[in-house]
Design a protein around this ligand. Sequence first.
Ligand code: PLP
Length: 382
Amino acid sequence: MSGSMSTVIEEQPVRPTHVEVDLSCLAENLAAIRQRVGDAKVMTILKANAYGHGLVPVARHMVRCGADCLGVAFLEEGISLRREGITAPVLVLGGIAGEQIPLFLQHDLTLTAPSVEKLHLIDETAASMGMRARVHLKVDTGMERIGIHYYSAAALLEASLACRHVIVEGIYSHFANADAEDLAHAKLQLERFMEVLSFYEKRSLPMPLRHIANSAGILQMPESHLDLVRPGILLYGVYPSHECQQTVAVRPALTWKSRVAYFKVVQPGHPVSYGSTWQSDKAVRVVTIPVGYGDGYFRALSNRSEVIIRGVRSPVVGRVCMDQMMVNLDQGTAYNGDEVILLGESGGHIISAAEVAEWAGTIPYEVLTNINNRVPRLYRGE
Ligand SMILES: *Cc1c(COP(=O)(O)O)cnc(C)c1O
């Protein structure tokens, strides 16, 4: 990439409202995670547009930085990676519909087998195509999402031994609350998983790659790292929850920016925006920013959030509109074109995904994944 900046939009100026992703920061976060997990392999989780950071550019960068494999949520995300020439192993974490199986095989994507029935379907499909399917078996140890229950899992492991067109590369489970202060449930899940895995030892069979740790598991439960870890949010420099111990130092890779589009003085008694939910009792300077809930800036942030302009944190006033919102500078100064930080760091202030999440009544994951495709992504720091 040339210079310090490269744009994803061709032959078009970048929209004033855009996201900047610091690739060197992602590399450092990955290195910090590696340091923590020792010999365990790292599967970088790239679902939901790489947590809003941009699926393909982040995937490419992670592969260059030595990620062992990539994880996505569903088939189409995996196909997008293959279409862009990414050849690293890709595990699709979600459930599968039977008719999709040939596409998994054509694109050399690794499937999750969550039941005996699906495993047999994968085996039969692979046989009919004259191929062998790569699969990871999925065991439910206490999430009740997908996967065979730990107390019935021996049937799936047993069935997999008889499948001639399946290569069982891995076996995994997923934590429901490894980000909590009380790790009793997570510990129980890990115990159940280890018990399921004893199947292989008892029969002296080769052990597939064992994995269960998400970001929270990486941070709080070193005993859960096993053969491979699956960091998502931590890779992007954000901690899973307030309670979670920050045993790995990471920095947020994403900054969401815009620019001042309009400046005015609002007189007392003249309410701002839809529903007239806010007005001032004195004349104040108010600027309009070209970003709204149509970009993924939550409407729930109306009259709650702050942004950084000229090194000052100022409040969003009135309702957030679809494409625009207003910020009260009070007696402060700003000019049209001034940079606005919606999420990220500037002039000694930080607006973190955790803080925005708290204002909006959600979690940082949703703040990041909600930034939608109307917002161009720029990449720097390679
Ligand atoms: C999303 C996901 C992860 C990553 O979770 P983080 O909390 O973001 O680290 C790991 N494994 C599975 C199965 C997932 O669905």
